[in-house]
Design a protein around this ligand. Structure first.
Ligand code: DC
Length: 223
């Protein structure tokens, strides 16, 4: 087992930006677990699977082979051999991922893949259940959050920068709805591990948040 930093938190808290920065600072691999649930969701959308039909989701997910490769330092997700990195960042895929990720058959397969990646390398892994389920013995656990308003503003900026038309109120409503789905599900709900450090990034810069985590990592390494 390598050195493990787990970063959990709600959608839009800045987990991936921070995790990438911390990973680069330490020379660790960044593992984006949300991308795996998104790739699975993309597969289910393409297959026309109804997210509410649990039996169909359980059956269909077995046909999706999801693998991860690192190309030029970037995590690339392959769905049945196809690079789907460019197709999984839409609101539609995010919603489908939120609806289907509670499925135990999906979780079992993807958690195994995540644990395998952490067994082979030093990792910074972000998601919803990393500190609680995937890597319960992680050396550093962070619960990163921000207010729904700030998260909506960040998402709005990101989408408009890409030239997408969007409404900030709709984005905030979606964020609140997704938080509720992720936090109230029975299996592996989004929650802070007991030993996680709580960081509210609403009024912090990326560098400030990364510094907090790097500091924790240095303290643990020095013990
Ligand atoms: O972090 P994200 O928005 O890319 O994640 C997409 C969805 O995947 C999210 O709504 C919940 C789910 N997810 C999960 O259940 N467990 C994880 N470790 C990561 C993501």
């Amino acid at each position: 087992m390598g050195y493990k930093i787990a970063i959990d938190g709600p959608a839009g808290a800045g987990k991936s930006t921070i995790a990438k920065k911390v990973a680069a600072g330490l020379g660790f691999i960044y593992v984006d677990t949300g991308a795996m649930y998104r790739a699975m969701a993309l597969f289910l959308i393409r297959e026309g699977t109804d997210a509410k039909d649990t039996a169909a989701v359980s059956r269909k997910c077995k046909e999706a082979d999801i693998t991860i490769r690192y190309e030029n330092g970037e995590q690339v997700v392959y769905l049945n051999g196809e690079n789907v990195n460019g197709m999984i960042r839409t609101e539609q895929v995010g919603q489908m991922a939120s609806l289907t990720s509670p499925n135990p058959d999906i979780r079992k397969r993807l958690v195994e893949l995540q644990q395998k990646l952490a067994a082979d390398a030093d990792v910074v892994m972000d998601g919803r259940d990393i500190g609680t389920c995937v890597l319960p013995d992680a050396e550093v656990k962070i619960f990163l959050t921000a207010s729904s308003k700030v998260r909506a503003e960040r998402r709005y900026k990101e989408l408009t920068a890409k030239g997408e038309k969007c409404d900030i109120d709709v984005i905030e409503k979606d964020i609140i709805e997704r938080d509720h789905q992720d936090m109230t599900r029975e299996i592996s709900p989004l929650q802070a591990a007991e030993d996680a450090v709580f960081v509210d990034s609403s009024y912090m810069t990326i560098d400030e948040v990364a510094a907090v985590i790097l500091d924790k990592a240095a303290n643990v390494q020095n013990k």
